[in-house]
Design a protein around this ligand. Structure first.
Ligand code: SF4
Length: 378
């Protein structure tokens, strides 16, 4: 396999408790952390062998809650990774953190490890919303964490969720005003979604919880776009807003379909090499991961041309930079170009065409998946 430069993702699958809406792979028992990190070291050595010495373009500690584990574990793993791949000059090393874990002490530890960007799982500044979401931090802790993160990192992103039970547009606007007041340069906005096998799904199914309807959700999304853009944020991806120069380089790499290696249970990898694209997935069981001896991949597939083209349309449209018409025409070379569909989407105000580039409008971002599907070759 031709070696290449890579983005890296590491899944740290520990949380104190599971939030009712969350379907990520994670465990809540902490006594297994040491065994997990031993397995992670083995996997890292095995998986990076074909790429030894290559540069890490960006590194992302995701989870779970990476800020929950001791920084000594993170340091040990970084040492292992650094012996295999080159972390020299990696411009972005992000760690996802929960507000209740952030103090000047933990921030200093993260800085000393080379972490230079924090992504904070704030979700809301409203005590009522935080309680409905089952979050462990308070409103004051959220503000305190953002302030300390900004002091030590500057490059800070805050995640916010909208569309929780009983949430009005006013409550959502207060959350947006609160995040703007903090001065963070990056904000990610998520609509609360009901995922299978979560406690939220069971509550919704039994009629014990009802979420705002589609119209209200759309109004919340549009309000976020309006307020954030008004304050100088660039809406560069469906859910992501950034001040110039603070884009998430790791996420941009994934959306541009650059190669990434994922470590840890449930992590995915995507490798482009010698004209082939291979996607693989790791086991999503902690015990099987620990027992895997480092060989945690349970499925692997070569991506065929049709799927690759569909994915390029899907991901290209999610970005404000859009998709060039030439590129779209190339994906449609074996089928007729969707002229009529494009005209209709423009009339509906979902897309705009400028200088040969097709991009979603603000309204179009609300229907990004549907628009992409309509433009995929049959
Ligand atoms: S803290 Fe994040 S990863 Fe952990 S359960 Fe809650 S939403 Fe999921």
């Amino acid at each position: 396999m031709t070696a290449l430069n890579l983005h890296c993702y590491v899944h740290i699958p520990f949380c104190r408790t599971r939030c009712p809406y969350c379907d990520f792979f994670l465990v809540t028992r902490q006594d297994i952390q040491e065994r997990f990190f031993r397995a992670l070291h083995k996997e890292t050595i095995l998986r990076t062998a074909p790429f030894r010495g290559r540069k890490v373009k960006t590194l992302h500690f995701g989870g779970g809650t990476p800020s929950l584990v001791s920084s000594a574990y993170l340091e040990g793993w970084l040492e292992t990774l650094g012996k295999q791949l080159s972390l020299e000059g990696t411009p972005e090393i992000t760690l996802e953190a929960n507000p209740e874990d952030l103090t000047p002490v933990t921030c200093r530890e993260f800085v000393s490890l080379g972490i230079n960007r924090l992504s904070l799982g704030v979700q809301s500044f409203s005590p009522e919303k935080l309680s409905v979401l089952g979050r462990k931090h308070t409103r004051d802790e959220a503000f305190g964490a953002v302030a300390v993160a900004l002091e030590y990192f500057g490059n800070v992103s805050v995640d916010l969720i909208c569309g929780v039970e009983g949430e009005s547009l006013e409550v959502w606007e207060q959350d947006l005003q609160a995040v703007l007041a903090t001065g963070v340069p990056h904000v990610s906005i998520y609509m609360l979604s009901v995922e299978k096998k979560t406690r939220l799904e069971s509550l919704v199914r039994r009629g014990m919880v009802s979420l705002p309807d589609e119209q209200d959700q759309a109004a919340m999304y549009l309000k976020a776009c309006e307020l954030l853009e008004e304050k100088g944020f660039l809406h560069y991806e469906v859910s992501n807003f950034s001040k110039p120069g603070f884009f998430s380089l790791y996420n941009l790499g994934c959306w541009h379909r650059e190669s990434y290696l994922g470590f840890g249970p449930s992590a995915h990898s995507f490798i482009v090499s010698s004209g082939k694209e291979i996607r693989s997935a790791n086991v999503n069981s902690m015990l099987r991961y620990i027992a895997s001896g480092g060989d945690a991949v349970v499925s692997s597939e070569i991506i065929l041309e049709k799927e690759r083209n569909d994915e390029r349309i899907f991901l290209g449209l999610r970005l404000s930079s859009g998709l060039s018409l030439d590129e779209l025409a190339c994906y449609h070379r074996d089928s007729s170009f969707p002229d009529e569909t494009l005209d209709r989407l423009r009339e509906q105000g979902l897309v705009v065409l400028q200088d040969g580039v097709l991009a979603l409008t603000r309204k179009g971002f609300l229907f990004a998946d549907k628009v992409a599907e309509e433009l995929m070759p049959s």
